[in-house]
Design a protein around this ligand. Structure first.
Ligand code: C5P
Length: 287
């Protein structure tokens, strides 16, 4: 049995850090959206153990790879010996704020769960996912969601609707761990989460875009960010922000032609630029 999974990237339409939790992680208030940029993961039964291959040599090897940890956790949970071959075709840039690692972990969990007779329901799979990474539950669920606490409390909201989302990833990556450490040592100004929540619940994205922010933009230095946003606005984007702890900047467009023209203009500034669409699902088995 060989399964192929499409594992999507995510963006944060909104991100605020509310405080520190007892386990050292941070309590967050976020609006999340999966987009049509996918890692392709194949999982098949192999010899004893967990074997991983990846198209990108910069992805951490073996035990350090989050996809490996996901498989290890799954086999431990179902109390079976591991015997799996995983291949990751990496399209989501690394250290980008796009949850590429979480997408891979989610993809592995979804595939293994199918392979072993759907022995975990979605809630159990998400709880297991949270042990592996904060964005894994959302990478399993996908769509448009409010995410609270560490990332394990997800509330689906009205979907974003038809639009085009440019992802522009500047060269230098950002470590999420370092970004949170920096946040602990800075005074942050916070957005109005209650207003944002209210607009979310009403499905009023114009309202959301008027309030939404990403507090990491105050402390993570991305020299290209101002120029990327200027170009996105020049081409008529309705909303642009940095996603996660950065450095990727996304812009939302109504007009497809304009989004492609903008993508071309951004290519001089960023090594990785993608035109994507919002999608309504997380990691999905395609065959
Ligand atoms: O959970 P994940 O591995 O994605 O997180 C990477 C790092 O980011 C963690 O080791 C932690 O330092 C930080 N983090 C945090 N609070 C969160 C999510 C991540 O402090 N809610």
């Amino acid at each position: 049995m060989k399964l192929t999974v499409k594992a999507p990237a995510k963006i944060n339409l909104h991100l605020d850090i509310l405080g520190r939790l007892n386990d050292g992680y941070h309590s967050l208030f976020m609006i999340m959206q999966t987009v049509s940029l996918f890692d392709i993961i194949t999982v098949e039964k192999g010899k004893k153990g967990i074997d991983i291959t990846c198209s990108n040599p910069y992805v951490p090897p073996k035990e350090k790879n989050i996809a490996y940890k996901a498989a290890e956790c799954f086999f431990k949970y179902i109390n079976k010996e591991s015997c799996i071959l995983i291949n990751i075709e990496k399209n989501i840039p690394l250290q980008a704020g796009l949850a590429g690692g979480s997408a891979d972990a989610a993809g592995v969990l979804v595939a293994l769960n199918r392979m072993f007779g759907e022995c975990l329901n979605k809630k159990e799979l998400c709880s297991l996912g949270l042990k592996i990474g904060s964005d894994v539950p959302f990478s399993i669920t996908g769509g448009t969601c409010i995410s609270q606490n560490r990332g394990g409390i997800l509330s689906p909201i009205k979907d974003l609707g038809d639009c085009f989302i440019i992802l522009a990833k500047p060269e230098k990556g950002v470590s999420t761990k370092d970004a949170f450490e920096k946040a602990d040592n800075c005074i942050l100004f916070h957005p109005d989460n209650l207003k944002t929540l209210d607009f979310c619940e009403k499905g009023d994205f114009e309202g959301v875009f008027g309030e939404a922010a990403n507090v990491f933009e105050q402390i993570i230095e991305v020299p290209e960010r101002v120029e990327i946003k200027r170009i996105m606005r020049e081409y008529g984007c309705t909303f642009c922000r940095m996603t996660g702890s950065g450095p990727t900047v996304f812009g939302i467009f109504k007009d497809e032609d304009k989004s492609h023209q903008c993508c071309k203009a951004l290519e001089e500034l960023c090594p990785n630029v993608f035109v994507t669409k919002p999608i309504r699902h997380g990691a999905t088995i395609i065959n």
